[in-house]
Design a protein around this ligand. Sequence first.
Ligand SMILES: N[C@@H](CCC(=O)N[C@@H](CS)C(=O)NCC(=O)O)C(=O)O
Length: 264
Amino acid sequence: MAVKVYGAEMSTATVRVLMCLEEMGAEYELVPIDFSTGEHKSPPHLARNPFGQVPAFEDGDLMLFESRAISRYVLRKYKSSGPDLLRDGNLEESAMVDVWLEVEAQQYEKAISAIYIETVIKPVFFGGVPDEKVVAESVEKLGKVLDVYEARLSESKYLAGDFLSFADLSHIPYTHHIVASPHASLFESRPHVKAWWESLASRPAYKKFEALKRFGVCSALERCSWNKTFTFFPFKLECRKTMFADGVHKQLCLLLLLRRHGLR
Ligand SMILES: N[C@@H](CCC(=O)N[C@@H](CS)C(=O)NCC(=O)O)C(=O)O
């Protein structure tokens, strides 16, 4: 029986788990959770994740939450069918994976998520205005973190060493958004960080995820008429002819159409 991921393709934490399942070639079902109706706070979902967040994960009787813990489970469960991304058999290498995974969760995500929330989530989904002070502070913070990465990646190809690991993959969900934004220069100006990201972005799992995401939104758009609204999980979309005129966020141009229910 295929494992189930309860979440949303637009949720960075859900994508972390999906990336791992794709890397391991695992069969899985993504069960959509509809934020617009508050499904993530409903009793059935709270039974899966007591914090009312996504993702949640089900494998038979086992129910898990927290994307990094779910991902580790996935990487161990399917270890024979994909790359060794945790290095469990090597004490030193697995410790380095843990170190850089902590760095991703405690340093990197804190800085990059604030930029994502202010420049994407707030304006696109809630019609709000980014707090430029928070953006500037977070860009500075992320720059400092990336300076450490630049130094580290000048010594080894990947963060934990000369091997790809979950510590690298765990960066994909947020980085994917920021490299397609006006803040892409944070990555492009650091040659080792840039090469590292290009190597992650060339992974078949990432390409498949990208294609799925584009396909999902594009096929929904094909079915709709211009200037009409329709529901495309988990948001209500407004189909506007001007959508591709936005030259700022190439990858996010489709998302510019998204408006949360009632906030258009
Ligand atoms: N540490 C958690 C974070 C989960 C999380 O923040 N999920 C977001 C979507 S990316 C969510 O469900 N937000 C809704 C909410 O917090 O009410 C994990 O890695 O799974």
